[in-house]
Design a protein around this ligand. Structure first.
Ligand code: NAP
Length: 286
């Protein structure tokens, strides 16, 4: 590194587990860019200050993760329409002297489907389990990608309604059995991250014609995704979304296409390392 090196990073709390430094530094290296990327542990309540620090320090780009996505939305100069609709920013980029707040989760989800799987959700019936930050981003994305129907299924009714509204005319609140009629089923709950978690949806409702996405990427295969695979469905984990949302941010910062292959490769190496660590007796991650 020299005095010319540009710095980007991610703010969050907790943030030490973030895969973003691995993925984005791989992108900088593969692109031959003199940039580096760090994780900044920023305590809850200090997200807006961290965005202000981006201005003062002239950081080249910033990713934002929990719990700062809403605070970042209030601290930038302008929001993209999707960040505005979601009230959440996961990426900040410069546009001239202005800081623009983006949300690349939904489009990252779509790019993972289209580029990695050759699946276009336009005209399809979709079901989303969960209506938190990820569920809302996916609902917005599917609605804007021309899905015929976006059914949001969530244990709490109010967030489900909000997420369904983000999908526009295609959106509605549904019940678990509605997922049986969907061509695309997305788990946007954290159920499956814990070893003893119940399924987010009864696998009996899954069919071989469906594309089933679990937004979880660690573990790489959740029991529910295995059940989807056993039902003959096309089963996809959340790594593609993670890579593509990072790629969209990278492109905003450096103005060139992201090297998806090296980013994915670096993520897989790091995830394998973590899985081996988790499996080491007495050292398992909690
Ligand atoms: P969040 O904002 O906390 O939302 C969690 C959602 O799951 C809520 O709708 C919640 O329902 C529901 N939920 C939580 N526990 C539940 C339970 N025991 N039973 C039924 N429903 C439950 O979380 P998030 O940020 O949306 O993340 C959700 C998942 O997506 C996580 O696994 C996260 O790692 C993953 N994710 C992946 C990516 C990626 O790039 N692949 C990106 C973002 C998130 P209520 O509304 O009823 O509380």
């Amino acid at each position: 590194m020299t005095g010319e090196t540009r710095l980007a990073g991610v703010i969050g709390s907790p943030v030490r587990h973030s895969l973003s430094p691995t993925i984005v530094n791989a992108a900088f290296a593969a692109s031959g860019l003199d940039w580096t990327y760090l994780a900044f542990e920023v305590a809850p309540g200090h997200g807006a200050e961290a965005v202000t620090a981006m201005r003062a320090l002239g950081l080249g780009g910033l990713n934002v993760t929990m719990p700062h996505k809403a605070a970042a939305a209030g601290a930038v100069d302008r929001l993209t329409p999707v960040a505005d609709a979601l009230g959440a920013v996961n990426c900040v980029a410069w546009e001239g002297d202005l800081l623009v707040g983006h949300n690349t989760d939904g489009n990252g989800f779509l790019e993972a489907l289209r580029q990695d799987q050759g699946v276009d959700p336009a005209g399809t019936r979709c079901a989303i389990l969960g209506a938190g930050g990820a569920g809302r981003a996916v609902a917005w994305a599917l609605g804007h990608a021309g899905a015929a129907e976006v059914v949001v299924i969530n244990r709490s009714p109010a967030p489900a309604k909000l997420a369904a509204e983000l999908a526009g005319e295609a959106g509605r609140v549904g019940v678990p059995t509605d997922a049986a009629a969907a061509e695309l089923v997305v788990n946007a709950t954290p159920l499956g991250m814990g070893a003893d978690d119940p399924f987010p949806l009864d696998p009996e409702l899954l069919r071989s014609e469906q594309t089933v996405v679990d937004l979880i990427y660690h573990p790489a295969t959740t029991p529910w995704l295995r059940a989807a695979d056993a039902a003959g469905a096309t089963a996809i984990n959340g790594l593609g979304m993670l890579i593509h949302q990072a790629a969209l941010g990278f492109e905003q910062w450096v103005g060139q296409a992201a090297p998806i292959g090296p980013m994915r490769e670096a993520a897989l190496v790091e995830l394998n390392r973590r899985s081996e660590f988790d499996a080491t007796p007495g050292r398992g991650a909690t």
